[in-house]
Design a protein around this ligand. Structure first.
Ligand SMILES: [Zn+2]
Ligand SMILES: [Zn+2]
Length: 261
């Protein structure tokens, strides 16, 4: 039991450190974009940030990280103490770890899509999700800038998943930080994926920063967290997305054709 509690604490600290690390890295990237035309071509939206929005993102990020970490940790500890949340400490083969990670990946992805769609229905949108959508041009700080009610409802699937499935401890090293890592990546504000990403069957179902950036820009499409699967299945993928992606990538070939988006 102690090892599970310890693991939850260590992974919580790792997520916060990771968030700070990527925030610093992206700030450096933003600095580099000011002087390098090449980096600038990867910037998805040119919309500048106002001090008012920065204050909003700082306040809600701090509030959300504090409250949702507290609630989810207390809940996880309670589940551990009740003997409901356990991990298998035995050694696991790589394919078992891969299977457990993929199980989490697809369950989280579907759960997030459904919760996210529900948060766009009134009055939930105005009461909860509007806070996150104040950021029309996402940046790493926008990732955690949300109502704690949103942070808790979206993060709830992690302790629930670990309660429903007793996965190996090794798998939790990949499972616990993954959603935060992916969240930071899709809010980074820069598109790193190559031009062919949305044309090749092996990669076209995995979302990249521009996919989520367009969700912030247009609100009613591209709801997915990790994949485009549910958006494609339920018809909520933005019709012009691939065309816009190709246009952004053509800037790489000809940086002079930069445009404000
Ligand atoms: Zn949304
Ligand atoms: Zn977002």
């Amino acid at each position: 039991m102690d090892s599970v509690l310890n693991l939850l604490q260590v992974s919580g600290n790792a997520v916060v450190s990771l968030w700070i690390g990527i925030f610093v890295l992206t700030s450096l990237l933003a600095g580099a974009a000011r002087i390098s035309g090449y980096v600038r071509t990867m910037k998805i939206q040119q919309r500048p940030i106002s001090w008012r929005l920065l204050r909003h993102e700082l306040f809600w990020s701090a509030c959300n990280v504090f409250c949702s970490t507290l609630v989810l940790t207390v809940l996880s500890n309670w589940l551990v103490q009740q003997g409901l949340l356990e991990t298998n400490t035995a050694a696991a083969a790589w394919y078992v770890v891969a299977f457990e990670f993929l199980l989490f990946f697809f369950i989280f992805d579907l759960y997030f899509y459904l919760v996210h769609r529900a948060l766009h229905v009134q009055p939930l949108f105005n009461w909860i999700h509007k806070t996150h959508h104040r950021s029309l041009n996402p940046r790493p700080l926008s990732y955690a800038s949300m109502s704690p009610l949103e942070g808790i409802s979206e993060g709830l699937i992690i302790p629930l998943f670990l309660t429903l499935f007793t996965v190996h401890e090794t798998s939790t090293y990949f499972i616990l930080p993954f959603a935060s890592l992916m969240g930071l990546y899709v809010h980074c504000g820069y598109e790193f994926a190559p031009r062919w990403w949305y044309q090749v069957p092996a990669t076209k179902w995995l979302i990249t920063p521009m996919y989520h950036s367009q969700h912030h820009q247009y609100f009613t499409s591209n709801y997915g967290a990790f994949t485009t699967i549910w958006d494609r299945l339920f018809g909520t993928m933005r019709a012009d997305f691939e065309q816009d992606f190709n246009r952004l990538k053509s800037r790489r070939a000809n940086p002079a054709t930069q445009e404000a988006s």
